[in-house]
Design a protein around this ligand. Sequence first.
Ligand code: NAD
Length: 261
Amino acid sequence: MTSNSNSNRIALVTGAAQGIGRAIALRLAADGFDVVLNDIASQTALLDAVKAEVVAAGRRSAVFCADVSVDAEVKNMVAFAVETFGGLDVMVANAGICRARASLLDVNPAEWDQTFAVNVRGTFLCYQHAARQMILQGRGGRIIGAASGAGKQGYGMLPDYSASKFAVRGLTQAAALEFGKHGITVNTYAPGAVVTSMTSQFPTLAGMSPEAFFADQAKLAATGVNPTPEDIASVVSFLAAKESTFITGQSISADGGRYFD
Ligand code: NAD
């Protein structure tokens, strides 16, 4: 076993039932982590299927359904990871929601609040409860959030979502400053357009076929290719690794060269 082995390291991934979260969970399992899988209760069947894949990869896995916007549920989720596997080394606050709108004028305040409840409050709660546990353990840790290209450049169809992802970046920078002294790094991944259930709503709103819409998105990237969930998971794998000690407070664009910081 090398000093970089992830054996006996425990990761928790929120929104892990599908899409990018599922790919992250499977990648971390391949990297040697035991993985706690979270999503909302209605996603239990999908979560159980991801758990079976993690176990088939030779790692331990457990499911904890919780709404990341509810403080007590996030607290219990972290406690569950500790009770089940003995600690928490990596928190991936991946869960998020996005409702595309033709215009900012169509966003009602209740929808705004819901976007911020899941994307910002949910990320804050995951960061806070994970950091409390990691500080208690005294062995450092990795906290990783989901930003977006829309959190670096506002997107017209996504006003509330863009604002929420800018907020995630601000939170990540503040957390990195505070937790660095404990050996805890805090970063985000900022994907471009990944074909998932979340982005499947965009073509209709743009009045385009999915093929034409995603081909147009790909043209915005230097590589001319849209990232896959696995491409995003590879960035998370890097940020979660023990060696990535010296990267913190960053939001890493994973978009094939669409947005340059
Ligand atoms: P997705 O919609 O396919 O998956 C999101 C998952 O989060 C779902 O399983 C959903 O049930 C879960 N979730 C939603 N609300 C939750 C809550 N309150 N508590 C727990 N789980 C909840 O989305 P995705 O495309 O896989 O996106 C994953 C993350 O990456 C999101 O934060 C998203 O904003 C971000 N992102 C995605 C893209 C993209 O192009 N797909 C681009 C940039 C950023």
